[in-house]
Design a protein around this ligand. Structure first.
Ligand SMILES: *Cc1c(COP(=O)(O)O)cnc(C)c1O
Length: 366
């Protein structure tokens, strides 16, 4: 007997998550000097963390022998004040990935199903399959969510709909009124998980107060993260906003100390550092224009993006990705998102973007 054989079939069937390649891996594989490698593969903030977050971490480091506050009192208070919700409507996560997992563990099981869009975030199928539930993948429309088709795909056994807005890896975005109407159209026993990992990057005129919707929809869970615009991906901290009753259910399956104390302290400081987020968004807008202009000059089609990344059609994503790796540029191939012609590139600093565009121009003619 092999232990693999007693693993539930639905676990054996999972295709593992493929992360962006770490710089140290590439250096080892191709014998490159780490300092010459740029990584534009995981939608990290190219500015580095907020100095205020770093100062908060240094202070919190003195208490490393203590368990973190499992209830996250101070961080919840800060989030509650920012979004005008109550602390008991917030669940903290070890990254927002943790929130998605908590939803799956709490509400899905074998015999139930979850609906999500084609070309949507890889964690939705992972979280769904990990608890033996069925994935219902709805074909995209112009690379974005087809909400009408997603609504029709909801079955009696559906308990969760995963929605990414903006979506990763396509960068597509749906206006708030359409998302709201979709949520309102769902049966009361179907949870809408509105994943807003890239919300902070939306242009101000596109921002909507989605947090206000949770008072209206007890079946709505909004997830947010400190990994992207707040620049704290390594610390793993995110949160969900939801009805207090739903939060109480998620908290039953949450690890008691799932968010460490450095992450909590840094997140509080980052949330208060509005200038850092504004600077990050401004740098992102400039970088996005730089890459779009570069793609136009190279005659490449791209999907207009509302995130801090952009997917571009390079004809053969696997080939171009390998060529870029050899030049010390790490981007994300997205064949596993059914987009084999594309690569996804994170907006970097101006110098990183220029280096990527130059390497891409070479890779295309090799
Ligand atoms: C990056 C990302 C997340 C968040 O990741 P965490 O680091 O776990 O917070 C969530 N959803 C989408 C769509 C993402 O791209």
């Amino acid at each position: 007997m092999k232990i693999e054989d007693i693993t539930p079939q639905y676990i054996q069937a999972i295709s593992p998550y493929i992360p962006g390649k770490p710089i140290s891996d590439l250096a080892r594989e191709f014998g490159l000097d780490e300092s010459t490698i740029i990584k534009l593969a995981s939608n990290e903030n190219p500015l580095g963390p907020s100095p205020k977050a770093l100062a908060a971490i240094a202070q919190a480091a003195a208490e490393l022998t203590r368990y973190p506050d499992g209830a996250g009192y101070d961080l919840k208070a800060a989030i509650a004040a920012r979004f005008n919700v109550k602390p008991d409507q917030i669940v903290l996560g070890n990254g927002s990935n943790d929130i998605l997992e908590l939803v799956a563990h709490t509400f899905l099981r074998p015999g139930l199903s979850a609906v999500f869009a084609q070309h949507s975030f890889a964690v939705y199928p992972l979280a769904t399959q990990a608890v033996g539930a069925t994935c219902i993948v709805v074909p995209a429309r112009d690379f974005g969510h087809d909400l009408d088709a997603m609504r029709k795909a909801v079955r009696d056994d559906t308990r969760v709909v995963w929605l990414a807005n903006p979506n990763n890896p396509t960068g597509t975005w749906i206006p708030a009124p359409q998302i709201r109407a979709f949520i309102a159209s769902l049966p009361a026993d179907v949870l809408a998980v509105l994943d807003e990992a890239y919300n902070e990057y939306l242009a101000p005129e596109l921002q909507a107060d989605t947090a206000a919707w949770i008072a209206e929809f007890p079946n709505l869970i909004i997830s947010r993260t400190f990994s992207k615009a707040y620049g704290l991906a390594a610390l793993r901290v995110g949160y969900g906003l939801m009805d207090a009753g739903v939060a109480a259910m998620l908290n039953r399956v949450r690890q008691p100390f799932n968010v460490n104390s450095l992450a909590q302290a840094a997140a509080i400081a980052a949330l208060a550092d509005a200038q850092y987020v504004a600077d990050s968004c401004e740098a992102n807008r400039r970088g996005m224009r730089q890459l779009e202009d570069g793609f136009r000059k190279l005659g490449l089609a791209f999907i207009p993006s509302h995130g801090n990344f952009i997917s571009v059609d390079v004809g053969d994503g696997a080939r171009v990705n390998l060529s870029l790796l050899k030049k010390g540029v790490i981007v994300r191939p997205v064949a596993n998102y059914a987009m084999p012609k594309f690569i996804r590139v994170t907006i970097g600093t101006e110098a990183e973007n220029a280096r990527f565009l130059a390497a891409l121009a070479e890779a295309l003619v090799e």
